[in-house]
Ligand binder design. Structure first.
Ligand SMILES: CC(C)(COP(=O)(O)OP(=O)(O)OC[C@H]1O[C@@H](n2cnc3c(N)ncnc32)[C@H](O)[C@@H]1OP(=O)(O)O)[C@@H](O)C(=O)NCCC(=O)NCCS
Length: 134
């Protein structure tokens, strides 16, 4: 069994996060430079799940918050080969704790079955953009 460590994002993880995004067809984060910007922007908390042997990134999460009340989970993904072993939950806990906020909002059309297993209140979400968002 591969041991997986969940820890804060470091700049050297950018290539691994981008590679995992290619694998998962997550088109917006396949460029390592963009990953690094998005994961280190002011107010952002980001975590990666890394296979201890081989140092491969097998999951990641990124949230941004006000440091007190509210945060928003923007990206969360776990490699298909490592799902259903608690990694998604560990990543969410890591970024949520790092934001220091009381609650974290998430907009999703694919991770509902996962999110409903966490303590939550279901609300309706909207992704607003100047043009039709992806
Ligand atoms: C959502 C996601 C992060 C969950 O990661 P994970 O590591 O498998 O989650 P966990 O193992 O922590 O799951 C915790 C619980 O959530 C529930 N759960 C998770 N995935 C589920 C699924 N696909 N269907 C039903 N329940 C699910 C289960 O109750 C699970 O506990 P169990 O395995 O003991 O039954 C992962 O499925 C994923 O990456 N999905 C794709 C997300 C994506 O495409 N993002 C876009 C890229 S930015």
């Amino acid at each position: 069994v591969t041991r997986i460590q969940v820890r804060a994002y470091e700049p050297d993880d950018a290539d691994g996060v981008a590679a995992l995004c290619v694998e998962l067809n997550c088109a917006s984060l396949t460029d390592p430079h963009l990953v690094d910007r998005v994961f280190t922007a002011p107010g952002v908390s980001a975590a990666v799940a890394v296979a201890v042997h081989g140092n491969r990134v097998v999951g990641f999460a990124q949230a941004q918050g006000d440091g007190v009340l509210r945060s928003h989970l923007s990206v969360l993904a776990v490699s298909a080969a490592h799902r259903r072993r608690g990694l998604g939950r560990r990543l969410v806990r890591a970024v949520f704790t790092a934001t220091g906020t009381q609650c974290m909002d998430v907009v999703t059309d694919s991770a509902g079955d996962f999110l409903r297993t966490l303590p939550h209140r279901a609300m309706s979400g909207y992704r607003v953009s100047p043009t039709t968002p992806r």
